[in-house]
Design a binder for this molecule. Structure first.
Ligand SMILES: Nc1ncnc2c1ncn2[C@@H]1O[C@H](COP(=O)(O)OP(=O)(O)OP(=O)(O)O)[C@@H](O)[C@H]1O
Ligand SMILES: [Mg+2]
Length: 252
């Protein structure tokens, strides 16, 4: 899936969060966005998925050349856009299994065979070191922080999206879980050639998921793009030097 975000300006409560933001992600590419807290990274991910909390003032989001701005969140998900939330929410009353079956069937003419579905789901739970029992719990209900993150990856493996947005996938995961989650994401990327937008604060995850590009988001815009070494530079020096370049961009 090709994603092109063009001159996107987004306001939240009358405050401009993204300001003429541009980003193109080609099929199979892995892009990383880093940036200070509150700069609009999660906003971007939710706007791509079509959250109604944010006002798109101008610009466009194109998927394979077609605007998705008029599509509902459901329709965007059915196209193959998947967001793993920074803070996944709990949903009582619908089990993980029921939710995933509904989501798969909403994109098929005939319902998926129950045997194949359960077999694959059990395998996906096993791949993330979860007991099968977890699939019968409410979505993320009574899951620990790290378990919620892993459950997002089970959803990903089951729904087979074409574009993954992974918002702080690494937050809250222990060392072994981070390894396991990255292994699953990489295997999926290799198999499905999906495009990935990964949001993170730390360069550690980039040792495992090698990105094609790292972008720095400051002041509503990408102020610098580079390879993974840009993440090392941030780890060493923080964002001060980028804030200066944001100023220059603003004055232009
Ligand atoms: N639904 C909302 N209602 C009001 N303000 C919001 C909402 N969502 C985001 N904001 C504000 O928009 C700004 C950007 O928030 P966002 O969550 O996108 O930041 P972020 O870059 O993901 O930060 P972090 O690194 O801390 O996750 C913040 O100032 C935040 O308070
Ligand atoms: Mg965030």
């Amino acid at each position: 899936m090709d994603i092109e975000i063009k001159d996107l300006t987004v306001k939240v409560n009358e405050i401009t969060v993204l300001d003429n933001f541009n980003l193109s992600i080609g099929k199979g590419e892995i892009h990383v966005i880093m940036g200070p807290n509150g700069v609009g990274k999660s906003t971007l991910s939710k706007v791509i998925l079509g959250s109604s909390d944010y006002n798109v003032i101008s610009g466009d989001i194109l998927v394979d050349g077609k605007s998705i701005l008029n599509l509902s969140t459901d329709e965007r998900a059915r196209l193959g856009i998947f967001l793993s939330f920074q803070n996944p929410i709990d949903i009582e009353g619908v089990t993980n299994q029921e939710f995933l079956k509904m989501a798969i069937n909403s994109n098929r003419e005939t319902p998926i065979g129950l045997y194949d579905f359960i077999k694959e789901l059990e395998q996906n739970y096993k791949d993330l070191n979860f007991s099968k029992e977890m699939m019968h719990r409410g979505i993320n209900q009574n899951f620990s922080g790290g378990e919620k993150k892993k459950n997002e990856i089970i959803q990903m493996k089951t729904l087979k999206p074409k574009f993954l947005i992974l918002d702080e996938l690494d937050s809250g995961l222990d060392v072994d879980s981070l390894d396991l989650v990255c292994k699953n994401v990489l295997e999926y990327h290799e198999k499905e050639k999906c495009s990935i937008l990964l949001i993170t604060h730390y360069n550690r995850i980039l040792d495992k998921i090698k990105p094609d590009y790292v972008h720095v988001l400051v002041d509503g815009k990408i102020v610098e793009t580079g390879d993974y070494t840009l993440a090392d530079k941030i780890e060493k020096n923080g964002y001060k030097s980028f804030e200066n370049s944001a100023k220059v961009l603003r004055e232009d």
